[in-house]
Write a protein that binds this ligand. Structure first.
Ligand SMILES: Cc1cc2nc3c(=O)[nH]c(=O)nc-3n(C[C@H](O)[C@H](O)[C@H](O)COP(=O)(O)O)c2cc1C
Length: 200
């Protein structure tokens, strides 16, 4: 008899999104963040301290989660390009990315304190679909991975980052469009600059 395969859920799913928060004067802050999806109407945002996203959420209790396939925004935020077109949220005081496929407006429910990475437990109060999801793309995955690697330039050895970037480049060169190539270029410029600074 064939043994039955059992799936054991060990952790919540993580989705890479763009979080937009506001400070008390209404100034928007855009940051890529991996959110943990706990239930249909509940997510957890985990910012590493210090974080403007964390400060803004504590001050205003709200955020907009953008589900976005324009990877230039992920790469742009990490390379100093944070000025992306926005419009007003519908049910909360907040801002939405113009170029997002969908977004959720969330309110802070509670905080699990942690000196390194507190958990912000949030309730989804409103979700809007703007455009259809058109399928997976390997170059977008490659840019996301590269953006995460570049965001860890200060912790990870350069050789490890270089090796993983080389692997990501395979999917990129086979499947990228102009947005993905532009985003990749920004990340590689920053990587080259940091690598030069770290090389004696
Ligand atoms: C795909 C992706 C996911 C990320 N997820 C997180 C995250 O969950 N928490 C975090 O603190 N930073 C995350 N980062 C790095 C932040 O976007 C970046 O450090 C940012 O500046 C956060 O700090 P801020 O809130 O002060 O803007 C992620 C970066 C990328 C590219």
């Amino acid at each position: 008899m064939t043994p039955m395969l059992r799936c054991v859920k060990v952790s919540s799913m993580i989705q890479e999104t763009i979080i937009i928060t506001q400070n008390t004067t209404g100034k928007a802050h855009i940051a890529p963040m991996g959110i943990h999806v706990e239930q249909a109407d509940e997510i957890i945002i985990l910012p590493f301290r210090p974080s403007t996203t964390l400060d803004n959420m504590l001050a205003t209790q709200t955020a907009v989660v953008n589900y976005c396939d324009d990877v230039r925004i992920f790469a742009g935020c990490l390379t100093g390009r944070r000025d992306w077109p926005l419009h007003a949220a519908e049910k909360i005081s907040g801002q939405v990315l113009q170029n997002t496929l969908a977004h959720s407006e969330v309110e802070l429910l509670s905080i699990e304190e942690d000196p390194i990475r507190p958990k912000l437990i949030c309730k989804i109060v409103h979700t809007v679909n703007h455009r259809p999801f058109m399928g997976f793309n390997r170059a977008q995955f490659a840019v996301l991975e590269a953006a995460i690697l570049v965001s860890r330039l200060d912790w990870l050895p350069l050789e490890k980052i270089q090796a993983e970037l080389d692997y990501c480049r395979i999917g990129l060169t086979k499947t990228a469009g102009t947005r993905e190539l532009e985003a990749w270029g920004w990340l590689m410029d920053l990587f080259a600059q940091k690598a030069a600074e770290q090389t004696p």
